[in-house]
Design a protein around this ligand. Structure first.
Ligand code: BG6
Length: 463
């Protein structure tokens, strides 16, 4: 059997990478508003204050805040069944710990949902995608402090109650495991201290479990998922040492999904923490909370696979790194392209957890050229997406994986999370803007727009 009639074809974005409007209608500052643009392949610079003369891409981004109607109409034209977006936390709670939410911020999401409903597009909401109200970072030290759990749950409660009849699918934290590699994105705090990282992660895991419990009280209809950055780590050679090392590498990712799906720190995780001298401070009912707040599905991002073992040379990726694979080609940003790795990922995750999966990010970041005929001939992007969809189809048809949907990343060009560049484009819709912030913001349909429209039309039968 191939994709069901209900298969959720769509696209994905995050608030701070597309909305812009960073300081209007009562929005507070978020940690991502302090991330300046970086250079090609280099990471972004985070400043303590907003500096004059420095370029902060999230401040305007692609101005989705004012152009969402036009953009959603284009998604509808492509035939999207769903659209994944995130809610900008300080747009709703400007300081993060305010007593009441910012009505203007909620109104924006009311209208966004109206627009989606108009075209019958199912909303898929990430509650927290790589931003924290800056006030919470400065006042409490962000997720280092357990107080964050209450702030996050207040935020969830407002969203769940307001949108209980309009949103069914939620995800608690974007790429919850990325905190291991780069703590800035989800916490606003840059640190390599593993003790701090694992404690912050524990607070997020508790917050996520509590959100699931709260969501279940508010609506029986909700499906609340986790969101994992997933890319399998292959043994570099068949030497048993490399195989063992790859198991260990992959376990770092499963640490998170085991907790969110199975409801407990695995024995192995506990041992690893012990060996690294990390002591997680827990409250007496934390274990109970984790057990009760397990997720309904696993949303995951898949961009690439890695290798690990003796002789593997270090490759480049966005949030994490790993070894290169001589069998794979790379993107312009050095990310390894591995469509079969997507089938492997689907198998690994489904075999391990046996709950529905949702590919909520996948795609090729590439430079596009606007040709004289005013078009973008992005056959390289079509080729990438086609090969990945082929593998996802095989995972469903031949391996029996229960897959809910596919939302390629940055269906409309947006700013890159890792570098802040605009020229690293993922979209099927081009946005006229450059790395310095110049451009008309005009939207142009790329060749991949027409191709993806057909794919959705025939439910993935012809690629
Ligand atoms: C994922 C993030 O890790 O990768 C997105 O969830 C991000 O926010 C995407 O944009 C692609 O990475 P980048 O760095 O190319 O934008």
């Amino acid at each position: 059997m191939s994709f069901s009639k209900e298969f959720l074809w769509g696209g994905a974005v995050s608030a701070n990478q597309c909305e812009g409007a960073y300081n209007i209608d009562g929005k507070g500052l978020s940690s991502s508003d302090f991330a300046a643009a970086g250079k090609h392949k280099e990471g972004r610079l985070h400043t303590d204050t907003i500096k004059i003369g420095e370029y902060y891409p999230s401040h305007e981004a692609i101005d989705f805040y004012h152009r969402y109607k036009e953009d959603i109409a284009l998604f509808a034209e492509m035939g999207f069944k769903c659209f994944r977006f995130s809610i900008n936390w300080p747009r709703i709670f400007p300081n993060g710990d305010d007593k009441t939410p910012n009505e203007k911020g909620l109104e924006f999401y009311d209208s966004l949902l109206d627009e989606l409903e108009k075209y019958n597009i199912e909303p898929i909401v990430t509650i927290s995608h790589y931003e924290v109200p800056q006030n919470l970072v400065e006042k409490y030290g962000s997720w280092k402090n357990r107080k964050m759990i209450d702030c996050y749950i207040n935020f969830c409660e407002v969203l769940f109650k307001r949108y209980k009849d309009r949103v069914k699918y939620w995800m608690t934290f974007n790429e919850i495991n990325v905190i291991d590699y780069n703590s800035f994105f989800s916490t606003g705090i840059q640190t390599d201290n593993l003790q701090i990282i694992m404690q912050m992660a524990h607070h997020q895991l508790i917050a996520s479990a509590k959100a699931v419990m709260l969501g279940r009280e508010i609506s029986k209809e909700f499906k609340i998922g986790m969101m994992l950055m997933y890319g399998p780590s292959y043994p570099y050679t068949c030497s048993p040492k490399d195989v063992l090392q790859s198991i260990k590498e992959n376990d770092e990712t499963y640490h998170y999904s085991d907790i969110q799906v199975r409801g407990r720190y695995s024995n192995k995780s506990k041992k690893v923490l012990e060996q690294r001298n990390i002591k997680i401070e827990m409250e007496h009912n934390d274990e109970e909370i984790l057990k009760k707040g397990t997720v309904d599905y696993i949303g995951f991002s898949y961009y690439m696979s890695w290798t690990t073992g003796e002789g593997a040379s270090e490759g480049s990726g966005n949030m994490s790194t790993g070894g290169e694979n001589p069998y794979l080609e790379k993107s312009e940003w050095g990310w390894q392209i591995d469509p079969i790795g997507l089938r492997i990922s689907l198998n690994n995750l489904y075999d391990r957890y046996q709950i529905p999966l949702f590919i909520v990010e996948n795609g090729l970041g590439a430079k596009d050229e606007l040709t004289e005929d005013g078009k973008i001939h992005d056959e390289y992007r079509i080729d990438y997406l086609r090969k990945h969809i082929e593998q996802m189809k095989l995972a469903v048809e031949e391996d029996g994986v229960d897959l809910m949907g596919y939302t390629p990343w940055g269906c409309i060009d947006l700013i890159s999370a890792s570098t802040g560049e605009m020229s690293k484009r993922y979209g099927m819709i081009y946005v006229d803007k450059d790395d310095k912030g110049n451009g008309s913001l005009k939207r142009i349909k790329k060749d991949s727009f027409y191709w993806y429209k057909k794919v959705i039309e025939n439910n993935g039968r012809n690629l």
